[in-house]
Design a protein around this ligand. Structure first.
Ligand code: 3HC
Length: 314
C-alpha cells in the first residue's frame, strides 16, 4: 500500500482523521482484557466508529467492564454535548452499538484488523496469549500490547508475525488522556508502524514514537518519580497528603503521585516496580516497597476497591 495513502490529514477543527483507505485498513478491533485500561481502549475505539470485541475470561468481569464503559461514555457525552443532550444520547448509543463483550478469544479475533492486549502486567501470560492468538488470527491482523513496562520484543517472542507486532501504550483514564505511545520493535514493518500510528490519530490521540525501551517515554519518568514519592512517606519526610498538595501546587501536576496511584491502581504501579526490580536488581530505586506490598495484599488498590492511599465512597 502506498504510504501517502496512509498519511493522516487535518480536518477543519485541526484534529487529525484518517483517509478512507486507512479506514478500510483498521475497522475491527479486538481488545483483550476488560480491566480499567482495556475497557477504556475499547470505549475510545468504539466511540470513533470501530467495531470492537472486548474479551475477558468471564462474563462477570465483562459486566463490570460494560458498567464502567457506560458510565464513562455518559461523562464524556455530558461534557462534549452539554448544549445538545440529544446529540449526547446519539453519541452514547452509537458507541455502545459498536461494542461486543465476549469470552471466546477464537471468535473474537477471527475478523480482527488489530488486536490490543491489556491483560495483567506479567511477561509469561502475555507471551502465551500472543502465541495462542498467532494461530487463531488471520494473517492481516496486527498485534499490539498496551504493556506499561515489559519489552514488546519479549512479549512477541513466540509469534511468527513479528513484522505485524508493536506497542500501543495508552494512559489512564483512556478517554481523557490525549497521548498514545506507538512502539516499534526491530521487526515491526513500516506498513504496520504507519497503520498503528494513523489508527491512533483516527481515534483522536496525539501519537509519539518510542523505541522498545523500558517504560517507553512517560513511564520511564513517571515510575521512578512515584517510587521516590513512596520512599519519602516511608522515611517520614512528609505525609502522602502533603506530597500530593506539593506536586499539584508547586509543580503544576493535575494530580499528586498518591492520587494518581489511586486513580491508575496501586497494584499497577506495584507490579511495574516489582518487574523492574527483577530486571534491574542492582538499582536500589526499584526495590519493592513493603508498604505498597501490604496495601496490595490487603486489596487497597485505590479508587477501584474504595480504598488506597485515600478512602472513597462506594
Ligand atoms: N471517563 C470519562 N470522562 C471523564 C473521566 C473518565 N474516566 N474522568 C474524568 N472525566 C471527565 C468528565 O467529564 C468529568 O466531569 P464529571 O465528573 O462531571 O463527569 C471531567 O472530566 C472532569 O472530571 P474531574 O473533575 O475528575 O477531572 P479533572 O479536571 O481533575 O481531570 C484528569 C481529570 C484528566 C484525569 C486529570 O486529573 C489528569 O490529567 N490527571 C492525571 C492523569 C495521569 O497522569 N494519567 C497518566 C497515568 S500513567 C498511565 O496511565 C500509564 C499506565 O501504563 C499505567
Amino acid at each position: 500500500m502506498a504510504l501517502h495513502l496512509l498519511k493522516p490529514v487535518l480536518g477543519n477543527n485541526g484534529r487529525s482523521f484518517c483517509t478512507s483507505t486507512l479506514k478500510m485498513t483498521i475497522n475491527n478491533v479486538t481488545v483483550i482484557g476488560g480491566g480499567t485500561m482495556g475497557a477504556g481502549i475499547a470505549q475510545v475505539a468504539a466511540a470513533s466508529g470501530n467495531t470492537v470485541n472486548l474479551v475477558d475470561v468471564s462474563d462477570s468481569v465483562l459486566q463490570k467492564s460494560r458498567a464502567a464503559i457506560e458510565k464513562s461514555l455518559a461523562r464524556v457525552a455530558k461534557k462534549q454535548f452539554k448544549d445538545d443532550p440529544t446529540k449526547g444520547e446519539a453519541y452514547v448509543s452509537q458507541a455502545l452499538s459498536k461494542l461486543q463483550y465476549i469470552t471466546d478469544s477464537k471468535k473474537a479475533v477471527e475478523n480482527a484488523d488489530l488486536v490490543i492486549e491489556a491483560i495483567i502486567e506479567d511477561l509469561q501470560p502475555k507471551i502465551e496469549l500472543f502465541e495462542k492468538l498467532d494461530k487463531l488470527a488471520p494473517q492481516k491482523t496486527i498485534f499490539a500490547s498496551n504493556t506499561s513496562s515489559i519489552p514488546i520484543t519479549e512479549i512477541a517472542s513466540k509469534c511468527t508475525r513479528k513484522d505485524r507486532f508493536g506497542g500501543l501504550h495508552f494512559f489512564s483514564p483512556v478517554p481523557m488522556m490525549r497521548l498514545l505511545e506507538v512502539i516499534r520493535i526491530s521487526d515491526t514493518s513500516d506498513e504496520t508502524y504507519h497503520k498503528m500510528d494513523n489508527w491512533g490519530k483516527s481515534i483522536g490521540k496525539v501519537t509519539v514514537t518510542c523505541k522498545d525501551t523500558p517504560g517507553f517515554i512517560v513511564n520511564r519518568l513517571l515510575i521512578p518519580y512515584s517510587i521516590e514519592a513512596v520512599r519519602m512517606v516511608e522515611r517520614g519526610d512528609a505525609t502522602h497528603q502533603d506530597v500530593d498538595t506539593a506536586m499539584k501546587l508547586g509543580a503544576g501536576y493535575p494530580m499528586g503521585p498518591f492520587e494518581l496511584a489511586d486513580s491508575v491502581g496501586v497494584d499497577v504501579g506495584y507490579y511495574v516496580a516489582e518487574g523492574w526490580s527483577k530486571r534491574f536488581p542492582n538499582d536500589p530505586l526499584y526495590k519493592p516497597s513493603e508498604l505498597v506490598r501490604k496495601m496490595v495484599k490487603e486489596g487497597k488498590l485505590g479508587r477501584k476497591t474504595g480504598e488506597g492511599w485515600y478512602k472513597y465512597q462506594k
